[in-house]
Design a protein around this ligand. Structure first.
Ligand SMILES: [Zn+2]
Length: 425
């Protein structure tokens, strides 16, 4: 059926049933447009099962709100008559993704159609700063990003922050982020109150999960339904996509692969346990073995951006530095060993390696792939390949921004009914 708002698009509260129907229909239409570049109204009606008249009405409302735009004509077949096509627009609607990690804060702001408005990474010693300073710094970086997006004409509808640790996404609490020394930190509430003048809702999620979503939607193995993503930071997290869905687990804590114990006689991990996988393959472990004079946590050392450390490593490896090549070969073998555990468990088609793993892939992967092939029990699992991410250190913040976009698409009325109509150009 067709829903026609009684007092124009934003006026009056429709009965609950009609409001839910309108919300669901708007969401259906926007989802189709997100998944395809541009579509005619007839195509949308076909794909969603909605009546043509319903689609036309919804489209009129979305056009008026500038959430979609006309993009010319779509020719169907040799004899089909041309149809006007529409695409996602929403240039005035912003989505801000952020990530805080051990040694940096990253932001990735887009509009509704995914156009990038702000993207940056700042070196920051989150490990040594404590949660209070870190949250304040996050707030400042968020304010700057929101300002930049507003200057570009987009008002952020939400902020999602990626954190390397266990996150209670419902309450917005970081239960445990071992490498940041955070416990039970109500990050969403704290950041919301810091940013209260901006009136932008804040959510928190796990960095690897968000990066896995970014890989699945726009990365090097996009669309691969069985995919594991590994963050290559000081800590190592995993995001697991099974059958095209993110595996969250009973409490949302799945994917903590960095804390698989791989060496009972190994070094102590940030989580307090011994011999976790990330003590073998995390960036801190590689730096300690390859260039100990730059190791993490040395007193008086300024914290460089991880990109700078990795560039130093790449230069050394390219020049054949023996200490570095030995260290990276060892890390590659441990990477393959852990990867084989994941391949035995989840049978993914690809393991996408992000962060520093991707930057050093040409040196790590030959060792990792050999180990993987040797240790996976099922022969066809040899089809499981390590693949270097092309999203680099920005994967989690990109995934965070796309989660804001998904939230809007799930319920577009949150932005349509709470804000005045944009002034047409
Ligand atoms: Zn651990």
């Amino acid at each position: 059926m067709t829903y026609k708002p009684p007092n124009g698009a934003s006026g009056g509260a429709p009965p609950a049933g009609l409001a839910a129907l309108r919300r669901a229909n708007l969401s259906l239409v926007l989802r189709e447009l997100r998944d395809h570049k541009s579509l005619s109204r007839a195509h949308i009606a076909e794909a969603t099962g909605l009546h043509r008249a319903t689609v036309s009405n919804l489209m009129a409302e979305l056009l008026e709100r500038r959430l979609v735009r006309e993009v010319g004509v779509e020719h169907v077949g040799a004899v089909g008559r041309p149809r006007r096509a529409v695409a996602l627009h929403g240039a005035h609607v912003g989505a801000l993704g952020m990530e805080i990690n051990v040694d940096y804060i990253a932001v990735h702001g887009t509009d509704l159609s995914g156009r990038i408005l702000v993207e940056r990474r700042v070196a920051y010693d989150a490990m040594g700063s404590g949660p209070d300073s870190a949250v304040r710094r996050l707030g400042l970086v968020a304010e700057e990003a929101v300002e930049a997006m507003r200057r570009a004409g987009a008002s952020p509808a939400g902020i999602v922050v990626a954190v390397p640790g266990l996150v209670d996404v419902v309450r917005g609490v970081v239960t445990l982020a071992p490498n940041l020394y955070w416990h039970d930190l109500p990050l969403a509430d704290q950041l919301s109150s810091l940013l209260s003048p901006l009136r932008v809702p804040v959510r928190v999620d796990n960095d690897a999960n968000l990066a896995a979503l970014a890989e699945y939607t726009s990365g090097v193995a996009a669309g691969t339904p069985y995919l594991v993503y590994l963050t290559g930071e000081v800590g190592v997290g995993g995001g697991i996509i099974l059958g095209g869905e993110l595996l969250r687990g009973a409490d949302g804590f799945s994917g903590e692969v960095g804390h698989l114990q791989v060496d009972p006689n190994g070094a102590q991990c940030g989580c307090g346990r011994i011999g976790c996988w990330e003590t073998k393959v995390g960036l801190a472990a590689l730096v300690r073995a390859a260039m100990p004079e730059q190791a993490y946590g040395l007193p008086g050392m300024p914290v460089p951006d991880p990109g700078e450390r990795v560039a130093d490593l790449a230069r050394g490896l390219a020049s054949g530095d023996r200490r570095m090549t030995t260290a990276v070969a060892q890390v590659g073998e441990w990477l393959g060993l852990g990867g084989s555990i994941l391949a035995n468990l989840f049978n993914p088609r690809v393991i996408v390696i992000g962060g520093y793993f991707a930057s050093l892939a040409q040196w790590l992967l030959p060792h990792a792939q050999d180990q993987l092939q040797r240790l996976v029990v099922a022969a066809p699992a040899a089809q499981c390949r390590f693949v270097a991410s092309t999203l680099g250190f920005g994967a989690a913040s990109r995934g965070a921004a796309s989660m804001v976009v998904s939230d809007i698409i799930d319920d577009p009325t949150t932005i349509m009914d709470s804000s005045p109509r944009p002034v047409p150009h």
